[in-house]
Design a protein around this ligand. Structure first.
Ligand code: C5P
Length: 224
């Protein structure tokens, strides 16, 4: 079974306050998306990569991405993924956010292996158990309730799917703008989605603080 990776890199990344789209911000000496591309290339189970790119007219410089197929992003993350999915020809697809540059080749391969091992699973998604006590809070900052931490997971990417399951889920277009990940749409269709425990190091770069942490971790990995 072969797999295609979709690298979502079309976001503007306003919360980072940088002058380029987030995926192209310099991180430990390379544009952020190149760290994920290198991990995808080193993953044995992935044969092709499709990158969703910021639309023309986005502020800042967007370098080209050698060796990858690129498609234009959409107004929301899921619409960007849907554009890329139209090009996918393999039985399995893995969606990964360029905003998670600390991903490893082993994580991609482990998710593909779990999908292969469980034909009933529509999706297998990277996740890490929640460590903080988590509460639901109302608009006026009043605590509504405390959630049971033992059943809570923070969801990451990569998220792997049987391509036909993700295609069916992304067809329900009215929900696309609301979905913060792809698995949510598959779950809504009744698809069985499993979490795969990943390292909390696979963090998402959203704020300038995350950028500092990711820079330190990547420098530590390469030993420089
Ligand atoms: O904004 P957020 O950090 O949630 O974005 C997650 C990922 O989705 C990022 O890697 C971003 O580049 C990508 N994205 C996209 N198309 C959009 C919005 C976000 O590919 N329209």
């Amino acid at each position: 079974v072969s797999a295609t990776a979709i690298l979502a890199a079309a976001g503007s990344g306003e919360r980072l306050g940088a002058d380029a789209p987030k995926a192209f911000v310099e991180l430990a000496g390379r544009p952020m998306l190149e760290w994920s591309l290198a991990a995808i290339e080193a993953a044995r189970s992935i044969e092709e990569v499709i990158v969703t790119m910021p639309p023309n007219g986005t502020t800042g410089t967007v370098p080209s991405v050698p060796g990858a197929t690129t498609v234009a992003g959409g107004p929301s993350r899921s619409e960007s993924v849907a554009n890329a999915l139209a090009r996918v020809e393999t039985e399995l697809v893995l969606v990964h956010d360029a905003a998670r540059p600390l991903v490893t080749p082993e994580l991609f391969d482990a998710i593909v292996a779990e999908l292969e091992a469980d034909p009933e699973a529509a999706g297998v998604i990277a996740a890490t158990p929640v460590v903080d006590t988590t509460k639901e809070v109302l608009r006026d900052r009043e605590v509504h309730r405390t959630l049971d931490r033992s059943s809570l997971w923070s969801i990451q990417t990569p998220q792997g799917f049987r391509t036909e399951a993700l295609r069916a889920a992304l067809d329900s277009t009215e929900l696309l703008a609301l979905a913060s990940d792809d698995a949510m749409l598959v779950e809504r269709m009744g698809g069985r989605v499993l979490v795969h425990e990943a390292s909390p190091e696979n963090l998402k770069v959203t704020t300038p603080l995350d950028l500092r942490v990711a820079t330190e971790l990547l420098r530590g990995r390469s030993g420089s």
